[in-house]
Design a protein around this ligand. Structure first.
Ligand code: NAP
Ligand code: MG
Length: 398
């Protein structure tokens, strides 16, 4: 069989621990036999990151800007323990944070639907993709504990020195206050990422905020979304046959629980933090959750939503058998191939992405799975496989 040709390389970001092991298995058994793989390889594993003083992370993000599509393996975000374990020169920032700062994007997460592993919410027939605005609000707040009576004020001093002042509260006793901010630029970039991703996946877009109570702050989010939509996306959405709608966050939650799924749900930072955990746990497993960073600059970085699965890696190092689920990492590759194919007009590569996903899902649906899925499934005749055998089984189905 002739291998599928690629015209433009994918940016390949290798990572750490158990997911680094999965990475190699996936390439060897599921990709290299079929694709004449072209990648620009960046080793974001912690050891190599340290050797390059984290420059490799920055280089990989810049390569993503150049080529447009990246696929990333999970990586360790160093903490004090990791600095000791890997004898690091310093406690580097999270690679994902560094990459996101360069690409300026929004992360979209969606559960992978498998027949036989049903979400806890019965009406959800299709995946719900959650988009979280990962900037500002309560995550960049300034807080104060107030010890006794006094007046709290909101003060803005313009660059010209002019002051605007507003009373927050006249305290009669102790209490608390908090200041939050966001910027028009960040909200607009978030809105654009959401509209672009809705178009790229042909799904409806919902956005919810609390503009009835927060008549300036949340209303600004609503207005920027509406203005951006009217100005740049209305016609494109009509052409694609999809819709955008804004509603109150509480109404959005109620609708989501009664919906069939199959749409993108855009959330403010805090709402997205909370709601993504709700959607993912209702769908069963982090190992069945995909994640893609979409930049307003039109570039895409695909990965799994889970981490490096450290506990399994230590077992692997001791020579013990592991049963680590590679599905989200396989879907990171298929997502990247599909997008690369779309950009390059490479139908064979897009078809390969479909085949890879289908082979993976049908393997599980025929009863062969990793341990984490066994307690989630309603299927009867189940075969629990170890990490390598599960990938081999998918290869057989390919
Ligand atoms: P984790 O890798 O997400 O794993 C936590 C637990 O979830 C595992 O111990 C395992 O449970 C289960 N799990 C997750 N993925 C699985 C899979 N594919 N197959 C089977 N079970 C799976 O989180 P962690 O172990 O707490 O974090 C390890 C490292 O990952 C940390 O250093 C963190 O910085 C990093 N991290 C990276 C990213 C990223 O690069 N995007 C994201 C999150 C975390 P059982 O042990 O019960 O089987
Ligand atoms: Mg959270």
């Amino acid at each position: 069989m002739e291998k599928i040709k690629m015209t433009t390389p994918l940016v390949e970001m290798d990572g750490d621990e158990m997911t680094r092991i999965l990475w190699q298995y996936i390439k060897d058994d599921l990709i290299l036999p079929y694709v004449d793989l072209k990648t620009e390889y960046y080793d974001l594993g912690l050891k190599h990151g340290d050797e390059t003083d984290d420059q490799v992370t920055i280089d990989s993000a810049n390569a993503t800007l150049k080529y447009g599509v990246a696929v990333k393996c999970a990586t360790i975000t160093p903490n004090a323990d990791r600095v000791k374990e890997y004898d690091l020169k310093e406690m580097y920032k999270s690679p994902n944070g560094t990459i996101r700062a360069i690409l300026d994007g929004t992360v979209f997460r969606a559960p992978i639907k498998v027949n036989g592993i049903e979400p806890n919410v019965k009406s959800w027939k299709k995946p719900i993709t959650l988009a979280r605005h990962a900037y500002g609000d309560v995550y960049k707040n300034s807080e104060m504990k107030i010890d006794g009576p006094g007046k709290a004020e909101l003060v803005f001093t313009g660059a010209d020195g002019k002051e605007v002042r507003q009373t927050i509260f006249d305290f009669a006793g102790p209490g608390i206050i908090q200041g939050q901010y966001n910027t028009d630029a960040s909200i607009e970039s978030f809105a654009k990422c959401c509209f672009e991703y809705a178009l790229s996946t042909k799904q409806e877009l919902w956005f919810g905020a609390k503009d009835t109570i927060s008549k300036k702050y949340d209303a600004r989010f609503r207005d920027i979304f509406n203005e951006t939509f009217e100005k740049e996306y209305k016609e494109k959405f009509e052409k694609a046959g999809i819709t955008y709608f804004y509603t109150l966050i509480d109404d959005a939650v109620a609708r989501v629980m009664k919906s069939e799924g199959g749409f993108i749900w855009a959330c403010k930072n805090y709402d997205g933090d909370v709601m993504s955990d709700m959607v993912s746990s209702a769908c069963g497993s982090l190992a069945l959750m995909t994640s893609v960073l979409v930049s307003p600059k039109g570039v895409y970085e695909y990965e799994a939503a889970h981490g490096t699965v450290q506990r399994h890696y230590y077992k692997h190092l001791k020579g013990e058998e592991t049963s680590t689920n590679p599905v989200a990492t396989i879907f990171a590759w298929s997502g990247a191939f599909r997008k690369r194919g779309e950009f390059d007009n490479n139908q064979a590569l897009m078809d390969f992405a479909d085949r890879l996903e289908k082979a993976t899902l049908s393997t599980i649906e025929s009863g062969y799975m990793t341990k984490d899925l066994v307690h989630l499934t309603t299927m009867k005749d189940i075969h629990t496989l170890n990490t390598e055998d599960f990938i081999k089984k998918i290869a057989e189905n390919m």
